[in-house]
Design a binder for this molecule. Structure first.
Ligand code: GLN
Ligand code: ZN
Length: 758
């Protein structure tokens, strides 16, 4: 039978009910029973919404109090020893302790690590495996939720993270060992889970194995066959779900596993269909992920339907229709957006709209087009309005992109020549000190921004308040003795939103929240059309800041790759093209800053690494356009203008060639937590330009000591000549308080002074 189903639904709630409930529970303002009640209601509502939209199977187990990978760790009894003796059933407090290091009624423990979920902006809690790790059923949450959904009469499909992806995503603790060696101990517990679901009357289980879209070592590939044969008997039917990319060299493997169905992502990898069909067995169900779970564009129903019709020819009834991946990654409901204009809205679909699209596709396929004629017509109208809208295609921008030539991607001279000129003009001391950009975002600052946005204060008053903050930051930095100052970013709520709001081609939602981790959500802007800058975005603030001091004030911009990476990006042109448009806009801003007398300009690219494709073979083409865009943004200035960039992580080994190719005069990076390894990567590559290795961790409220900083810099000088070293914290200071900042920066400056005179 052809079915419409879903791989997972957003759990945060249309009004972010889960967020508010969790946060009050953590603050002990809400009891556990109340929290459980809120979450039970959310689940029931979400199942109902999905079923009413017309889905034949709704997911269970996709709901989580914090994270679905943590849920699996708890289900399988993977609880690191520091969280105490295992009880039969892991309680909620232990669960939250693992996630956050603390929970009501528990003593503080180091939380488990968190890391990015594939190439999304969602973060999962990393399972920790001990050398002698054992597994056992340690939670009945999933089974309870199955019973809960059944009691409400929903047709359900429980969702589990599969055993190989679960192991792959975890980390071995203590002495290093091969995680794969744990598989044999793990499988029986998966077997128990499946068995228990079967006794609950479950017909289908979805087993997510997203690692099948990655480059896998041979032993991991081989383990798939073993694992799924082992789990083949006695349980419910299994839908193996893959997403975020193409199966590629794992296609045959995935197609031949002894499971009853396979889900593939036809949005991120439409091209894989032919290959999959070539390998597909005649008894299996194919679930076609045709509705984009990761982006906010309305589906082209005609195009999807044409694909489905072709698939039905081939597969008959063995065809299911689904989003490309879990809808966890899309905002909840477009109907909650009251301030987007109707035209723009007609181009979009959030989770609620996406499940309707899936149901519509199924009805069209099963009952015929006429039954959903209106929905098809609306979708077609939206497609054509999006193709033709003057808000999207701006001839002048397209022309400008076509005009980008190699000269625009190169500084006038190479770094050594520039460095000489910059030394003469900037007259900075050895071990110059600076910061990464932001200073504490005090309650006053936030309130002023909010009041201005809401129209409670007028522009002149707002400007005055922000200027007062800038003056305060400049004064403070002068008193600490820093060499290169910043204006402090008081006017910025967020490093993407601040720029997006001033650009045409960007739109902002009110409620388009997407879970980032735990109770944290982000609201990415939407880049829907060609990007245009009508006027300078940062120049007035910088000019003001520079007017207050004789020291250099560093301009502060968010780079093209980061603007792209942290937005919902249009899908009607390559990402590289959209990135180039952002680069051109920044190029103009950089030029304007230079004209305004700003001699040092930082272009932040914290998301540069995040953009890396999941498959290694695709890295170089990404890096090529990403580097080119950065260079387009940064290369329009005189040799004497110093370009900085900043990245807040410490994994550079495998992309150091691209980092060097950015040709920023100075790069500031996070090193304080990773120490030397990182600098070794730069040294081995003979990285030619200047580096500011972050000398202390801004995430920690503990002040660094001078001895620590000097030690770190001395080590650094063993890798990079001192003439090319800068001294700075490892990221922006917006989350710190002024007293913390003062102590840390004074210590940092003292350390630099000490080294200079040594
Ligand atoms: N300039 C930004 C700041 O200091 C950089 C933030 C970041 O790297 N994420 O806040
Ligand atoms: Zn940073």
């Amino acid at each position: 039978m052809i079915l419409a189903h879903n791989l997972g639904f957003p759990r945060i709630g249309g009004q972010r009910e889960l967020k508010w409930a969790l946060e009050s529970y953590w603050k002990e303002q809400l009891g556990q029973q109340e929290l459980l009640q809120v979450t039970r209601e959310l689940r029931a509502r979400h199942w109902k919404q999905q079923q009413e939209a017309g889905l034949d199977l709704v997911p269970v187990g996709d709901f989580s109090w914090y994270d679905q990978v943590l849920d699996m760790s708890v289900l399988l009894g993977v609880i690191p020893p520091r969280f105490g003796e295992l009880q039969d059933e892991v309680d909620l407090a232990t669960y939250f302790c693992m996630a956050r290091g603390r929970a009501p009624g528990k003593k503080e423990v180091a939380a488990c690590e968190m890391t990015k979920w594939f190439n999304t902006n969602y973060h999962y809690i990393v399972p920790e495996f001990q050398p002698q790790q054992t597994f056992r059923l340690a939670s009945s949450t999933l089974f309870n939720q199955v019973a809960e959904a059944q009691a409400l009469n929903f047709s359900i499909k429980p969702v589990l993270l599969g055993p190989l992806s679960f192991l792959w995503l975890g980390k071995s603790k203590g002495r290093a060992f091969d995680k794969l060696s744990l598989l044999d101990a793990l499988l029986p517990v998966y077997g128990q889970v499946l068995h228990r679901l079967k006794t609950q009357g479950v017909e289908w289980v979805q087993m997510d194995e997203p690692i099948l879209v990655l480059d896998l070592p041979p032993d991991w590939k081989a383990a798939f066959e073993r694992a799924y044969s082992n789990l083949a008997n006695g349980g419910p039917k299994r839908l193996l779900a893959t997403y975020f990319g193409a199966l590629g060299d794992n296609t045959r493997l995935a197609c031949q596993l002894p499971v009853e169905g396979l889900h593939i992502d036809l949005v991120s990898a439409p091209g894989q269909l032919t290959q999959v069909l070539d390998e597909f067995s005649s008894y299996k169900i194919l679930s076609a992920g045709l509705v984009d779970g990761r982006n906010i564009w309305r589906n082209n129903l005609e195009a999807s339907l044409a694909q489905l019709e072709a698939l039905r020819e081939r597969l008959d009834d063995r065809l299911w229709i689904a989003p490309s991946c879990s809808l966890l990654h899309s905002p909840m409901d477009l109907a909650l957006e009251s301030s987007l204009d109707e035209e723009l809205k007609s181009w979009l679909a959030f989770a609620m709209q996406k499940i309707e699209e899936i149901a519509t596709l199924k009805r069209a396929l099963v009952e015929g087009r006429s039954i959903v004629a209106q929905a098809l017509a609306d979708s077609a109208a939206a497609q054509s309005s999006r193709c033709q809208s003057e808000r999207i295609y701006r001839p002048e921008i397209q022309a400008r992109m076509a005009d980008v030539n190699e000269d625009m991607t190169r500084r006038r001279h190479k770094y050594p020549v520039r460095a000489q000129i910059q030394r003469e003009q900037l007259k900075l001391p050895l071990y110059p000190t600076t910061t990464i950009g932001s200073f504490p975002q005090t309650l006053d600052i936030r309130k002023a921004r909010r009041d201005f946005k809401a129209g409670r204060i007028a522009e002149p008053e707002y400007r005055e308040r922000m200027e007062a903050e800038i003056a305060r930051a400049i004064q403070a930095q002068e008193s600490y003795g820093l060499d290169v100052l910043v204006h402090g970013e008081a006017e910025r709520n967020d490093m993407v939103e601040y720029f997006g709001e001033q650009l045409e081609g960007f739109a902002f939602t009110h409620n388009g929240w997407v879970q980032s981790y735990g109770s944290r959500c982000v609201k990415p802007p939407i880049i829907y059309g060609d990007v245009i800058r009508r006027q300078p975005m940062t120049v007035a603030w910088l000019r003001y800041a520079q007017s207050l001091t004789s020291r250099q004030v560093k301009g502060m911009l968010t780079g093209p790759v980061t603007l792209l990476q942290w937005s919902f990006v249009r899908d009607d042109q390559p990402r590289a093209d959209t990135c180039l448009q952002l680069a051109l806009v920044l190029r103009d801003e950089v030029w304007d800053l230079e004209q305004a007398g700003i001699k040092i300009i930082q272009i932040d690219e914290p998301a540069f690494r995040e953009g890396l494709p999941l498959r290694r073979v695709e890295w170089e083409s990404y890096l090529a356009w990403a580097v080119r865009c950065f260079r387009v943004a940064s290369s329009g200035v005189e040799d004497g203008t110093q370009i900085h960039t900043h990245m807040c992580y410490s994994e550079f080994n495998d992309i150091i060639h691209a980092i060097a190719a950015l040709d920023a005069d100075v790069i500031t990076i996070e090193t304080s937590r990773s120490d030397e390894e990182l600098l070794a990567a730069f040294a081995n590559f003979e990285y030619p330009n200047e580096i500011g290795p972050g000398v202390y961790d801004i995430h920690s409220p503990v002040a660094p000591t001078e001895v620590q900083i000097v030690g770190l810099l001395k080590k650094a000088a063993g890798y990079i000549p001192a003439e090319r070293l800068w001294v700075n914290p490892d990221c922006g200071l917006k989350t710190r308080t002024w007293p913390e900042v003062e102590t840390a920066l004074r210590t940092m400056v003292a350390a630099a002074h000490g080294l200079r005179s040594a």
